[in-house]
Design a protein around this ligand. Structure first.
Ligand SMILES: Cc1ncc(COP(=O)(O)O)c(C=O)c1O
Length: 406
């Protein structure tokens, strides 16, 4: 067997490669008020890890539970690693880099999870994938579904940015806008799958989402010449991306390819800080999220427990920033690095700016620091309303040039 499942809460082992979502015992405790229990972790066999360990270069395929048969049918990286010189100077952090997952085909990190779930569907002979999304996961799954011939049913809050919704419609998904929150869409999508079948791709609920997301860590390891950074700043909503990042490094460590994992910093808005509360105060209760950074606006994080545990195990920490700081950081990223990031993605950079002195006191100013840029700003240009305006047009006359002040 290539893998088996382990419950992240009670440690029960499930010796199957079939479709599984949660530990049936732990999931019984889920009441909608406390972070859910029973999410499963994929454990790769010793043979898979041994094979990976023996390779001069590894790729995500070496670590996927369902490896790709033709990775060019929907490429998921490697994404560019940028040394943003002017930001390095601004923060006096020479070791800063940005991992530009905003460059993935559908414009966000979510391609990583969607691709592995599509491979799962292909392997299990399923044609339909059902999911809930704040927007990006839906767009990503719809894009992968179009490329790989799968039927996608997507529940999203009707308030999601229009470009994210239209993207999914354009890719040919069955889009169901819900007059409610992301958490409402999440519950409806699970009920839909129970009634109508298909594979449910909800983040962390389907353990393959974490397995897809871990590909970023395999890439980072190779990007840096088979090393890992000291610390990674990750934007956090449900806690699935940050758990994926941790899982990738954990697999690399199990294979004996690295001996330390980077510290993980969970970056959230003060208006959606459920996982930060869990990290700082062991508080696992739902909140009422209201942040403008729509992709990380989550009341009850689907992977909150695992995310908080991984951050603590990495000796990392949480940083919260105001929505004002997030929107300011979008402008800083564009003006100083040429990187157009959506609010959720800019949250990781906003957190680094705020946390800079703390970081230096913990790890020194030469630390190798990475910020994960998880989504492009093109999908939500409205976020810039009130901050940036298009100048009025000038007459087509050289006289007008004298009036310009630059
Ligand atoms: C651009 C972007 N960044 C960050 C996140 C947060 O990921 P997670 O909900 O897994 O914590 C999301 C999730 O939708 C996202 O779309």
């Amino acid at each position: 067997m290539r893998f088996r499942y382990v419950c992240s809460d009670c440690g029960r082992i499930f010796e199957t490669e079939g479709l599984m979502y949660q530990c049936p015992e732990c999931a019984k405790e889920n009441d909608g008020h406390l972070f859910p229990k029973g999410n499963l972790i994929v454990e790769l066999s010793d043979e898979v890890l041994r094979k990976a360990a023996g390779k001069a270069h590894v790729t995500p395929d070496d670590f996927y539970p369902y490896p790709s048969t033709d990775e060019r049918s929907y490429p998921v990286g490697p994404t560019p690693l940028m040394r943003p010189r002017r930001l390095c100077q601004r923060l006096s952090l020479p070791g800063l880099s940005l991992k530009l997952d905003s460059q993935l085909v559908s414009g966000s990190f979510k391609d990583r999870a969607s691709y592995e779930v599509a491979l799962q569907a292909k392997a299990l002979g399923e044609k339909r994938i059902v999911l809930a999304s704040t927007g990006n996961a839906g767009a990503a799954m719809s894009a992968v579904g179009a490329a790989m011939g799968l039927d996608i049913v997507l529940f999203v809050p009707a308030s999601a940015p229009i470009n994210k919704l239209m993207q999914s419609v354009l890719y040919g998904a069955h889009v169901v806008p819900v007059k409610g929150s992301y958490d409402d869409a999440f519950a409806l999508s699970i009920e839909y799958t129970k009634r109508h079948g298909g594979i449910n791709r909800n983040t962390a609920y389907n353990p393959m989402t974490i397995e897809g997301k871990k590909s970023v860590s395999i890439e980072i390891f190779e990007d840096l010449g088979r090393r890992v950074p000291d610390v990674i700043y990750v934007p956090v909503g449900d806690g699935c991306i940050i758990a994926g990042v941790a899982k990738g490094f954990s697999d690399l460590r199990k294979a004996g390819l690295i001996d330390k994992v980077p510290r993980l910093v969970a970056c959230q808005s003060t208006r959606s800080d459920a996982i930060s509360r869990a990290i700082d105060k062991d508080d696992y209760r739902a909140i009422s999220a209201t942040t403008r950074a729509d992709s990380i606006s989550v009341d009850l994080p689907a992977n909150g427990r695992m995310a908080a545990r991984y951050v603590k195990e990495s000796e990392g920490w949480a940083v919260t920033v105001s929505d004002e700081e997030i929107l300011d950081s979008q402008i800083t990223l564009t003006r100083y690095a040429g990187v157009l990031a959506e609010p959720a993605a800019a949250t990781a950079y906003a957190a680094l700016e705020k946390d800079r002195d703390n970081l230096v006191s913990r790890l020194g100013k030469d630390a190798e620091v990475m910020v994960l840029i998880t989504g492009t700003g093109f999908k939500d240009m409205k976020a810039f309303d009130g901050r940036v305006t298009l100048p009025p047009a000038i007459e087509n006359s050289v006289d007008e040039l004298d009036r310009l002040t630059f």
